[in-house]
Every structure is written in structure tokens, then in C-alpha cells.
Design a protein around this ligand. Structure first.
Ligand code: THU
Length: 128
């Protein structure tokens, strides 16, 4: 699957975001080693702190499907912003140098980088 195809899938799932409080919709798609893809979007809550980000939602859905090895993640947000620290950490658990594709709300790829660049000297299973 190409980077642009992954981004297009992330763009589509972003449409399903439940973000009535922030109005900030995020779409994320993880490409598993098996070739399967796992989509996630942010789900907010009236109790704000319970909100889950799109990236973690995608990871949890992949793990629940039995996939633990990943090739890439595509993230679509307005302005092609970076994932939050919590999501970097959760992604890093499974692949500290995961390929990260950042795209804007039109599906235009702005950056392709390694998760290690976003989360250097990470804490992980090897730290315990
Ligand atoms: N959000 C994500 O889904 N991923 C991130 O990496 C950063 C933030 C969501 C959470 C919340 O619903 C909205 O964006 C505004 O913070």
C-alpha cells in the first residue's frame, strides 16, 4: 500500500471523528506487517479527560485484531500536525522507529519521518 493510499484511508476515517468539543478531527491508519490496515479516529467525551486520540484508537484496534507488528502510520489533521506525546509513546511500544506519514486535511503529505525523530531516547520495554 502506498503512502498516499494510507493517507486517503486516514482522510476517510477522519470523517467519523467524534469531536463535538474541540471540532478538531483526526484520522489515523496503521499498516500492519500482515498488510492489514487499522483505522482510528478521536473520540471525545463530555468528561473531557476521557477523550481518546485517533492514533491510540488505531493501535488498540490493531492489537485487538491480533496484529502487533507495524510498517507505518498515516495521520491526517488540519495543518498536518504531529501526534501528541501520549500517542508517540504508545506507538513506540510496538515500533520505536515506525514510519510516520503526516498529511493535512486535504490529504497532502507534508512529512514522512521516523517515530524515533519524534520521540528520541524513548522509554520502552527495553528500559524495564
Ligand atoms: N488528538 C488526536 O486525536 N491525536 C493527537 O495526536 C492529538 C490530539 C485529538 C484529541 C482531541 O479530540 C482533539 O484532537 C483536540 O486535542
Amino acid at each position: 500500500m502506498t503512502d498516499q493510499e494510507l493517507v486517503d484511508r486516514a482522510l476517510a476515517v477522519r470523517e467519523c471523528a467524534y469531536a463535538p468539543y474541540s471540532q478538531f478531527s483526526v484520522g489515523a491508519v496503521l499498516l500492519g506487517k500482515s498488510g492489514e490496515i487499522y483505522a482510528g479516529t478521536n473520540v471525545e467525551n463530555a468528561s473531557y479527560g476521557l477523550t481518546i486520540c485517533a492514533e491510540r484508537s488505531a493501535v488498540f484496534s490493531a492489537i485487538a485484531a491480533g496484529e502487533r507488528e507495524f510498517e507505518a502510520v498515516a495521520i491526517v489533521v488540519k495543518g498536518a500536525g504531529s501526534p501528541c506525546g501520549a500517542c508517540r509513546q504508545v506507538l513506540s511500544e510496538f515500533h520505536p522507529s515506525l514510519r510516520v506519514i503526516l498529511a493535512d486535511e486535504h490529504g497532502k503529505i507534508a512529512d514522512v519521518l521516523s517515530l524515533a525523530d519524534l520521540l528520541p531516547r524513548s522509554f520502552g520495554p527495553h528500559s524495564l
